[in-house]
Design a protein around this ligand. Structure first.
Ligand SMILES: [Zn+2]
Length: 314
C-alpha cells in the first residue's frame, strides 16, 4: 500500500540489493520514480559479516541524507533468508552463515528493516513495476553466475514455509553432472546460466581462445559465430528441461528471464520454446506460458527491496 504523500517520508522507499561484488542502493518516490542512487563494494574476507552490516548502515544513512526521510527500508541478500531476516547461507558472500541481518540493521538504524532474498526482491519488482505487471501467475528466473528465481501464484508472492522458495538453480538435473559450489552435483545452474555457458563451451574457440565468460559467448553468438550459437542452443535445451519442471508444477502465464543473457535473448527464447515442447507434459493440450525478457535490468533487486514493506504481510 502506498503511503500518503503527507507521511514523514512522503511515500519514499529505500531498497538495497547486496550482490557478490557490490551493493546497489536506491530510493524511489510514491510514483516509483528513482530519486537517489548509491552503491558501495560488498566486503569480502575475514570479518565480512560485521563489515557488511556496517557498510549497509552507512549506505542507508547516505541514501536518506541524499533523498530525504523514507517510509521504509528493504534489503535483498543473496542466499537463504528466513522469514525473520536471518541470512542462513550465502555461498557468494564468502560463505556468510547465520547472520541475523534484519535484527542487527534494525538495532543500528533504529527503525524497521525488511530483509528478503535478492531474487525474491527482483520478482516483486518485475511483477509490480516491470515486464510482469498485472500478471497473477508468473515465474522469474535470473540467469547469471547461478540461477535465482521467484514465484508469483494466484496474485501473491510465494515465499514458502521458511521463506526459501524459488531456489530453482539447485534442482538436480543430472545426478552425475559437474560439481556445484553447493556441494551437490548436476544442479540446474551448472548447465543453464553463465557458468553453464562456459562449461558447455569448453570445446570451442572464439578469436583463437577458449571463452572464459558467458558474456564472450553471448557476444560471439550475437555476432554470428556458429559454434557459439550451438552452445547457446544447448544451454536453451538445458534451460527448457528445468523450466518444464517449473511449468508442470506452477502453470504460470508468463516466464520472465532476467540476468546477463540480455543480448542473447532474441535467439535464446525461441530456442527455449522449441526445446520446451519436447520436454513439457502434454505440450499439445496446453498454452505454453509467454517467455520474455525481464525489463528492469540490474536495478530489479534494489527496486524490489524498496517494495518489500508493501508485500511483507501478504
Ligand atoms: Zn547446487
Amino acid at each position: 500500500m502506498t503511503k500518503p504523500s503527507g507521511s514523514v517520508g512522503a511515500g519514499r522507499r529505500l531498497g538495497v540489493d547486496v550482490g557478490g561484488t557490490k551493493c546497489l542502493g536506491v530510493v524511489i518516490d510514491a510514483d516509483h520514480r528513482r530519486v537517489a542512487d548509491l552503491q558501495c563494494p560488498t566486503p569480502r574476507g575475514v570479518g565480512s559479516s560485521d563489515r557488511l552490516i556496517a557498510q549497509l548502515e552507512a549506505l542507508v544513512t547516505s541514501l536518506i541524507a541524499a533523498a530525504g526521510e523514507v517510509d521504509s527500508v528493504g534489503i535483498g541478500l543473496p542466499g537463504l533468508v528466513t522469514r525473520d531476516g536471518v541470512l542462513r547461507a550465502a555461498p557468494n558472500l564468502d560463505g556468510i552463515n547465520d547472520l541475523p541481518a534484519q535484527l542487527l540493521l534494525e538495532q543500528r538504524l533504529g527503525r524497521p528493516v525488511h530483509v528478503d532474498n535478492d531474487a525474491t526482491c527482483a520478482t516483486i519488482a518485475e511483477w509490480q513495476l516491470g515486464a510482469g505487471r498485472g500478471v497473477d501467475d508468473l515465474i522469474l528466473i535470473t540467469l547469471g553466475t547461478g540461477i535465482g528465481g521467484g514465484i508469483v501464484s494466484g496474485g501473491a508472492l510465494h515465499r514458502g514455509a521458511h521463506g526459501f522458495a524459488g531456489e530453482f538453480g539447485h534442482m538436480t538435473i543430472d545426478p552425475d553432472g559437474p560439481a556445484c559450489p553447493c556441494g551437490r552435483r548436476g544442479c540446474w545452474e551448472r548447465f543453464a546460466s553463465g557458468t553453464g555457458l562456459v562449461h558447455l563451451a569448453s570445446g570451442i574457440t572464439i578469436d583463437g581462445a577458449t571463452p572464459t565468460t558467458g558474456e564472450q559467448i553471448v557476444n560471439a553468438a550475437s555476432d554470428g559465430n556458429g559454434a557459439a550459437q550451438s552452445v547457446i542452443d544447448e544451454v536453451a535445451r538445458w534451460t527448457a528441461i528445468g523450466l518444464a519442471g517449473l511449468i508442470n508444477s506452477f502453470d504460470p502465464a508468463m516466464v520472465l528471464i532476467g540476468g546477463g543473457f540480455g543480448a542473447a535473448l532474441p535467439m535464446f527464447v525461441p530456442s527455449v520454446e522449441r526445446h520446451l515442447r519436447d520436454v513439457i507434459y502434454q505440450p499439445d493440450q496446453r498454452d505454453l506460458p509467454v517467455i520474455k525478457a525481464a525489463s528492469l535490468g540490474a536495478r530489479a533487486g534494489s527496486i524490489g527491496a524498496a517494495l518489500l514493506a508493501d508485500t511483507a504481510n501478504r
